[in-house]
Design a protein around this ligand. Structure first.
Ligand SMILES: Nc1nc2c(ncn2[C@@H]2O[C@H](COP(=O)(O)OP(=O)(O)OP(=O)(O)O)[C@@H](O)[C@H]2O)c(=O)[nH]1
Length: 255
C-alpha cells in the first residue's frame, strides 16, 4: 500500500514582500521564483524526491526519504541565500491528497501565509528510517500522444499551449476528484501524477475521460518505488514501452 510523504513549501509573507515598500519589478520576481524552485528541486532531487513548482509561492514536493533534519537544512540554506524564508508542512498518508491536506493544515495552524510573525515554521512528521517499502510511492507519467505532430508542428505556439493546458486541467481535476491524486504539469506535454494504489482500469478510465471532455489523447507509464525518483524513473521506462508498442497504459510492475 502506498505511503506518500508530501511537503507543502510556502514562502513566508511573500505577498506583502512583493509590494514593499512599493511593487517590485515583475521580471525580478519571476527570476527569484524560478531560482528558488530550481534550488529546492535540486536539494530534494539529490535526496530522491520530486518538487513541483505549482503556484511558485506554494510548492508541493514528494519527499519520501527526506528526514525532518533535511527539511530544516533546506530552510536554513534558503534563509541564508534568499531575501525570503520558507515554512514547511510535512505529512504522510495512503493517498497523496490526504497527505497534502494534513501538511497544509499543519502550516495553516501555525499562522497565515501573510502573517509577518510566522517565519520558518517546520511542522508535521516524516517516515522513519526502516519503515520505508518499495511500494510507498506510485508515480504516473502522462504525455500527449504525438504532441509534436498534432500541435507543435501544426499550430502556433500559443494555441498548442492552450490544447496541452486543457488536457492538463481536465486530468488534474479528474485525478483529484476520483482518485485523491495530485497532478503537475512539468513542461512540454508532460504531466506527472502522484497516486495511491491504482491499476489499469483507473488509468484507462482517466485517459478516456480526458479524450471525451477535451479531445486530448494521452498515454501513461506508471511506476512504484521507495522514493519519487525510483517510482518516476520506472514510470518513464513504462512510458517508453507505450511509445514502442502503441499502448495507452503501461504499469512497470506488470512486466
Ligand atoms: N519534464 C519532462 N518533459 C518531457 C519528458 N519527455 C518529453 N518531454 C517534453 O515533451 C515534449 C514533447 O516530447 P514527446 O512527448 O517525446 O513528443 P510527442 O510528439 O508527444 O511524441 P510521443 O510522446 O512519442 O507521442 C518535449 O519537447 C519535452 O518538452 C520528460 O520525461 N520530462
Amino acid at each position: 500500500m502506498t505511503n506518500t510523504q508530501v511537503t507543502l513549501v510556502q514562502i513566508d509573507n511573500y505577498g506583502p514582500w512583493t509590494v514593499t515598500p512599493e511593487p517590485r519589478r515583475e521580471a525580478d520576481l519571476q527570476t527569484l521564483q524560478s531560482r528558488l524552485y530550481a534550488d529546492i528541486s535540486q536539494f530534494v532531487g539529490n535526496r530522491n524526491g520530486y518538487t513541483f513548482f505549482t503556484r511558485f509561492d506554494n510548492m508541493i514536493a514528494v519527499t519520501n526519504g527526506l528526514s525532518f533534519e533535511d527539511h530544516a537544512l533546506l530552510q536554513e540554506s534558503v534563509g541564508n541565500r534568499y531575501p525570503v524564508s520558507l515554512s514547511l508542512g510535512v505529512a504522510t498518508g495512503t493517498t497523496p491528497a490526504q497527505a497534502l491536506s494534513d501538511a497544509t493544515e499543519r502550516i495553516q495552524d501555525a499562522g497565515s501565509a501573510q502573517d509577518k510573525d510566522r517565519r520558518e515554521c517546520l511542522e508535521g512528521r516524516t517516515i522513519d528510517d526502516g519503515h520505508r517499502t518499495p511500494d510507498d510511492v506510485q508515480i504516473a507519467h502522462f504525455d500527449v500522444i504525438n504532441a509534436t505532430g498534432n500541435y507543435t508542428d501544426e499550430l502556433n505556439a500559443f494555441d498548442s499551449f492552450i490544447e496541452i493546458e486543457q488536457g492538463y486541467a481536465e486530468l488534474m481535476r479528474h485525478m483529484r476528484r476520483a482518485h485523491d491524486s495530485l497532478s503537475f504539469f512539468v513542461g512540454g506535454d508532460n504531466i506527472i501524477v502522484t497516486c495511491p494504489d491504482l491499476g489499469y482500469a483507473e488509468y484507462e478510465e482517466a485517459i478516456a475521460h480526458v479524450e471525451e471532455a477535451v479531445d486530448v489523447r494521452l498515454q501513461v507509464g506508471v511506476g512504484r518505488g521507495e522514493h519519487a525518483h525510483d517510482a518516476g524513473f520506472a514510470a518513464k521506462h513504462a512510458l517508453e514501452t507505450c511509445r514502442a508498442d502503441g499502448t495507452r497504459v503501461e504499469l512497470e510492475w506488470d512486466h
